[in-house]
Design a protein around this ligand. Structure first.
Ligand code: AMP
Length: 355
């Protein structure tokens, strides 16, 4: 539960001079760029020293840096940041660096619904949400002795898929598994991966309408994961595993992608159902979210994960994607967030998109 009283917090803000802030990592170049395009001042929270590489990207460089020794120190600086009229745009690294508990209680207006964190980080709750929305997820194998098909073993809270492994039999699983960390065993879905970048606005009714607000598809990507995505340059996975070389799933980058157009109706149906269910369960996933999917050879989607904020997979689209271009030229997810803030400011509805 967030203990932040957004109404009270915003009461002390100079709304004409809002400053968009985030941690200097992940999708910050895009977020600062998008905020600047919409006329906002920007502030980059960085550790230790000003990140020099921002000088190389003047249009993605924040107007001001706020230096902390440790990201957790942001908690102590909340008042100072309030005085600067800071609105936080959280991304995956921001939440991770601060820690989920700190994030939910951070006393700063934050874009999106912070309640979503508990529904996305708890694998069982995530299943209740997504399956409750009619989404097909990979089957879970509760007892490793029942492994009959390839599975992927995921350690809870693993960063960037670190430590995940594939097993095809119980014997293989037993050889690889580490019992010191909790894990989930999931059917390994065969197919092609698409990471779908949606934007849900509870306050704007243009475009693809939902019961409340509207939904956009801004872009999609495929993650580039080392070593699994290029391991075949050295030999087949089976061959390499015999030599004790196991593929890993560590994200190193993102590749732009488009999908065959006939699949788009399904993409919207899924996004719509996920938003409607979120409204019912916890007041809605507000702003950007991403469904991480595999499309099977029967052209069915299986969703193995949801990220309920801006994902780094939107970074290839600083100047728009083949989808956002059909909404408005030059529209990144970062810029879309800034536009939502502008719209809310104009219609006095900031409290509906900030928590
Ligand atoms: P995650 O941390 O759940 O996003 O998973 C990391 C990576 O593992 C994904 O980007 C996929 O490449 C892969 N992956 C995760 N779950 C599955 C699955 N059920 N079937 C196939 N690949 C998966």
């Amino acid at each position: 539960m967030t203990e932040v009283n957004i109404k009270e917090l915003l009461a002390s803000y100079d709304k004409k001079n809002l400053v968009i802030a985030t941690a200097c990592s992940h999708s910050s170049l895009q977020l600062f760029n998008g905020a600047k395009k919409e006329g906002f001042k920007t502030l980059g929270i960085a550790i230790g020293e000003v990140k020099k590489y921002y000088d190389a990207f003047p249009l993605g460089k924040p107007d001001e840096f706020f230096i902390v020794e440790n990201y957790k120190d942001i908690m102590k600086c909340a008042e100072e940041l309030q005085q600067k009229n800071v609105i936080v745009i959280p991304h995956g690294s921001f939440v991770e660096y601060l820690g989920p508990k700190n994030f939910t209680t951070l006393n700063l207006p934050t874009f999106g619904n912070r309640q979503v964190l508990q529904w996305e980080s708890d694998r069982e709750k995530e299943r209740v949400w997504l399956e409750g929305a009619g989404i097909t997820m990979p089957k879970e194998v509760k007892d490793a002795r029942n492994i009959e098909k390839p599975v992927i073993v995921k350690y809870h809270g693993a960063k960037g898929g670190k430590g995940f492994f594939i097993a095809k039999t119980f014997a293989e699983f037993s050889k690889r598994v580490k019992h010191d960390k909790p894990y989930t065993i999931q059917e390994f879905v065969m197919g092609t991966r698409y990471y779908l970048h949606y934007f849900y606005s509870p306050i704007q009714d243009t475009g693809y309408k939902l019961k409340k607000g509207s939904l956009q598809l801004l872009s999609m990507d495929r993650r580039d994961e080392t070593t699994i995505d290029e391991v075949q340059r050295l030999g087949s996975i089976a061959e390499l595993e015999e030599l004790g070389i196991h593929p890993t799933f560590v994200v190193t980058g993102n590749i732009p992608i488009v999908m065959r157009e006939s699949l788009l109706p399904q993409v919207f149906k899924m996004g719509e159902a996920v938003v409607e269910k979120s409204l019912e369960l916890f007041g809605g996933v507000i702003g950007p979210f991403c469904l991480e999917t595999v499309v099977t050879e029967d052209l069915e989607f299986k969703v193995f994960e949801i990220s309920a904020r801006i994902v780094a997979g939107t970074n290839p689209y600083v100047s728009g994607s083949p989808y956002s271009e059909l909404i408005q030229p030059d529209l990144s997810t970062g810029r879309r967030i800034a536009q939502e803030l502008r719209y809310a400011l104009k219609h006095d509805s900031l409290e509906e998109i900030l928590t």
